[in-house]
Design a protein. Structure first.
Length: 267
């Protein structure tokens, strides 16, 4: 079966003065439908560059990104716009990604320009309201402005916007790092709920291995633009093979200090 997301030998170089910075250096990974893959590493490891290229917001120096078997960089601009319904992104800063001049309903509806059959009028309002309910907010929230919500609520709004086209893939780039630990827990629970209800796959970009332990099925550890370790989440967390992964684990505070009810495996 063709993976939902296939990244092959992805390379991205940036010119810097007389030299070249290798933001990505031969990255390959796969993500199956309905799975959550965590990509973890320190700042500067290449995680966000990977996220932007997977979303088609930047072009690689070499390599390919295929979604449902189609290379997104081999598509025409028109075909790529249509394909974007299948993959959406949630950014790190929920306030910065929401236009403060617009009401929440208009913000959530923004991706509908990708769908020629998108509902209009009352049907669109009902759709937005149901999405808000799905992320734990009241339908009437669509009449308010972003500044009227907390950081966690704004991230829920950003997730609702990403879901409005019913994507098959959600790319979350440090989607919880700007939130306090209690709100992080709520957003992670929401991601798991949405995966269970909608069957979406999630590429979860984070610097926090504790977050990976909470929600991911598998993990890829990045350092200096390369993947240094990859495998099932439990295997990597319990028996890391690479020294860099062991250092990350040793330095990482875990979310279970705020009341994780149970581990995934019995004790």
């Amino acid at each position: 079966m063709t993976p939902l997301l296939q990244v092959d030998h992805l390379t991205r170089h940036f010119g810097l003065g007389q030299g070249v910075v290798k933001a990505l250096d031969g990255v390959s990974l796969t993500l199956e439908a309905g799975q959550i893959l965590g990509v973890v590493g320190e700042s500067g490891s290449g995680k966000s560059t990977l996220a932007r290229i997977v979303m088609g917001l930047d072009r690689p120096t070499a390599g390919s990104v295929s979604i449902a078997g189609r290379d997104i960089f081999a598509m025409s601009p028109r075909d790529l716009r249509r394909a974007r319904r299948d993959f959406q992104m949630v950014f790190q800063d929920p306030y910065g990604s929401l236009d403060p001049r617009h009401r929440v309903g208009r913000i959530i509806a923004e991706p509908l320009h990708l769908d020629p059959d998108a509902p209009k009028g009352a049907a669109r309002r009902d759709l937005i309201g149901s999405l808000l309910q799905g992320v734990g907010l009241e339908p009437a929230a669509q009449d308010r402005f972003p500044h009227e919500f907390s950081g966690g609520q704004r991230q829920r709004i950003a997730i609702a916007r990403a879901l409005i086209t019913r994507p098959r893939l959600l790319v979350a780039d440090e989607a919880t790092s700007a939130l306090d630990l209690t709100v992080q827990r709520q957003i992670l629970d929401l991601v798991l709920k949405l995966r269970a209800e909608h069957g979406i796959a999630v590429l979860f970009i984070t610097h926090n291995l504790g977050v990976v332990d909470e929600i991911c099925d598998s993990v890829a550890v990045m350092k200096d633009g390369r993947i240094v370790e990859t495998g099932p989440m439990r295997q990597v967390m319990d028996s890391p093979a690479d020294e860099y992964t062991r250092r990350l684990l040793a330095a990482e505070p875990r979310l279970d200090v705020i009341g994780r009810k149970a581990r995934r495996h019995p004790t």
